[in-house]
Design a protein around this ligand. Structure first.
Ligand code: ADP
Length: 255
């Protein structure tokens, strides 16, 4: 790779890393208790934006918005919270779909480079807005469901954009080795606090530095990534250094 000002940890000068082993099937088959916790979590997460939407709508309905400007401001908040709700519902549906996955999903030869470029085209506006430099190197192919691979790449790239700094860089490295296809996404963003790195793949978990309300997210993206990687006997690694950047690597069986 040729990032001019690579994060220090990318030169092997430090940073911290975590390997997530997900080939264990018991991790994928949710127990009844985890399932119940999940339902409770989802309900809680859905309530928060709904409460805001209801609150702002009532302000307007009760004539509390004195002028056109405040009506506009409240409407904007309602629209933002609705977007959040929609994102949550979509991610939750995606996760429950993944849990019920059957082997009957259409499997085809997936050109990961092509899929990645497709994803990047969809994100063009966001990338331009943040003035990010994005590079894709190498290629990899594997037998998989194309939509799942697109979803996985989309979630990793979305994070690399969201948690980057303006004028930052993203390098997506694709390669094949020993019967595995590897996707590596590295960014020059805010990084992940060391004491939270082992939790980011949990559902709804958002690290302290994720900016909370300022950076949109549901905390479900990486749980989805983990699930998809597991479908293809995958392995996940994350390396990071706060303030410098992160690198996520996913290896999945080619066949
Ligand atoms: P979210 O919707 O919050 O982005 P994810 O499951 O995709 O949810 O990620 C969980 C958390 O992991 C994020 O809230 C953020 O704190 C952290 N994270 C994920 N990707 C990155 C990244 N590339 N750089 C820094 N932090 C990240």
């Amino acid at each position: 790779t040729s990032i001019a000002d690579e994060p220090a940890f990318l030169d092997g000068k430090g940073g911290y890393a975590m390997l997530v082993l997900i080939s264990d099937v018991t991790d994928i088959e949710l127990s009844e208790r985890v399932r119940r916790d999940f339902a409770a979590n989802v309900s809680h997460e859905l309530k928060t934006p709904l409460t805001s939407i209801n609150g702002f709508a009532q302000l307007v309905a009760n004539g509390m918005a004195a002028d056109a400007e405040s009506v506009k401001a409240y409407a904007k908040r309602i629209s933002e919270e609705s977007d959040r709700l929609m994102g949550l519902i979509n991610d939750t549906l995606m996760l429950s779909e993944l849990e019920q996955i059957s082997i009957e999903e259409p499997i085809e030869e997936v050109d990961i480079r092509e899929t990645t470029e497709e994803v990047l085209r969809l994100m063009e506006d966001k990338i331009a807005e943040r003035h990010l430099d994005v590079q894709v190197t190498g290629n990899a192919e594997m037998k998989a469901n194309r939509n799942r691979i697109r979803e996985l790449v989309m979630n990793l790239c979305d994070n690399a954009v969201k948690y980057n700094k303006d004028h930052g860089k993203i390098v997506i490295g694709l390669s094949e080795k020993d019967g595995y296809a590897a996707i590596e996404v590295q960014d020059t963003g805010i990084g992940i606090p060391e004491n939270e790195i082992n939790r980011i793949f949990e559902r709804f978990y958002r690290a302290k530095n994720s900016g909370g309300a300022t950076v949109n997210g549901t905390g479900l993206g990486l749980a989805i990534v983990k699930h998809i990687a597991a479908l293809y006997e995958g392995e996940l690694t994350v390396e990071s250094r706060e303030g410098e950047g992160s690198r996520f690597t996913v290896r999945m069986k080619k066949e």
